[in-house]
Write a protein that binds this ligand. Sequence first.
Ligand code: ADP
Length: 650
Amino acid sequence: MSPMADSRESPVRKPAPGQHDEAGSAAGLATDIPDREKLDEGARRQIANANERLTGVLDSIRDGFVTLDRNWCYTYVNAEAARQGRMNREEMLGRCIWDIFPQARGTLFERELQRSITEQAPVSFDVEDLRYNQSLRLRVYPGASGISIYGVDISAEKNAVEATARLAAIVESSDDAIISKDLNGVITSWNRGAERIFGYQASEMIGQPVSKLTPDDRIDEMPKILDRIRRGERVDHYETVRRAKSGRLLNISLTVSPVHDGNGRIIGASKVARDITEQRLASEALRQSETRLNLALEAGGMGAWEWDIGAGRVTWSPQLEAIHGLPAGTFGGTFEDYQRDMHPEDRDRVLIAIREALEKREDYRVEYRIILPDGKIAWLEARGRLTVDSKGEPERMAGICTDITDRKQAEEEFFRQANRLARSNADLREFAYVASHDLQEPLRNIASFTQMLNQRYKGRFDADADQYIKYVTDAAGRMTHLIRDLLGYTRLLNADELPLTNVSLGESVGVALRDLQTSIDENHAVVDVAPLPTVRGDKVQLTQLFQNLIGNAIKYRRSEAPHICISAEPRGQDVVLSVRDNGLGIGSAYHERIFGVFKRLHGAERPGTGIGLAICKKIVEKHGGVIWVESTPGQGSTFKFSIKTGATSA
Ligand code: ADP
């Protein structure tokens, strides 16, 4: 509500005596001429002319100007004021301001107008007209017949101030150093980023030459940069070194641009400096680790690859291109290119492995062949790791490919050799078996006929003949033992997997001792047997094992009576059996050798075939164990073997 609307009388008072009525002449344009009729024609024309001139002047000024009478009605509106009000001048003249702009009531505008009238003093204030995004600086002058208002459109000025403030805020908040300097290189502004990077406060640097930051060995850089700026050129991302207040050298990326004044003259330069020390260190570290990785890849005959699944792009390192026989940079980069040189027989297998890795979200590993440009075949092993996106969908796969051609060839050669060896071993076993088996028959004849010769013709020829017959009989006997042991050994070699049963080792030892009873008695041997476990094994073979070891312990005795101890001690999943004697002992040089076929350390005075320990070794190995001897010559021997326990109640 306007005070004018509230009170019937006008609040506009006459100016106080001596108070300057600035608006007087303008406000009185049409109203303040005292007694028109009393003026003569000439004077009236003069006034009219003056009014016209004044109106012309007021219309042509760039500020808005209106006069209001005591009833708040427009008595004068210039062109700019009509524009500011977005109205026609004719629509305004004679109408009350509050009817035209009811929204202005109760606002700062009305309050300031009232104040000016009440205090009879000019007031000045800014108003913002949001509808037209317009800012006006108003000056109100109270006069005797009303008020006049000057309105200056300060929108552009305000926008410029705001823009400058915004820019200043950006400059201040920037992490980069933003510095301006004149054409002599003297610093004219220094932001907070510059303070942070170089360690100098703005107060220390403004007015200083910018060369204060330049290390001695780069001092000639600055004049060159300033020369370019003077020519109106810009220096972009120039990487250099500057020295901070602390003395530390910084890697800096500089962008320097000329600064122009309102007339387009170059008056200085703005410089944006970014500290790239960390970036440099990081990229140097990255470069070094890449070099190391490349070296490692090359040394290992490997190449790296990456497959962007969504984009269908495959990237190969130069090493991988080399493995495929391609010059660096010539790999096509699609999934089809990747399959191109794959061996047709391996392609499906590789594609299935990839599909499975994608479906199961697993790592991927596959070996396949490729055909090189020269037609040769190479073997590759590819390993890949899958990465998934935030929804768990496969995104990319990256990994390495290793050239395994040499390994594959070695493997193939190894398998060929192993097969050859297995075949020749089988042939040998077969031969040894057939030979020993078939020799038995003629040998039996030789043995029985030499026996008959001995019985019937002993003493009928001379003494030499008797001696010869004895040699033949003994040799036939030794040969019979040899063939029997050899046959036993080859049977073991040719035997299939053992049918395993629970075998009480105590019982096996009991059977062996019974078979050896005569020898034990003749040699007055003492055999101590500790409690022995039950194991999974072949009863006949394990009994023979003990029989061979105990037999040897008696046979290779010293002069004193043999004393043999048999015991067992657990070792992890296994049990270790010991057969200890107090016999001749064995030199360490022979500890391995005695387990070979036909290896004997003693002559005919201790008869034997040299096969007994070879049979023991085979039996132990067939049971998944190992056999060895611990012995010192003259102090007896201890034969030990390991065997798996694991007896079941079945
Ligand atoms: P053989 O007893 O038939 O000669 P073996 O294969 O059983 O054949 O033994 C190989 C050799 O190991 C024997 O000739 C002997 O010299 C030595 N030997 C075996 N057992 C013992 C032992 N308990 N004490 C000393 N020497 C032994």
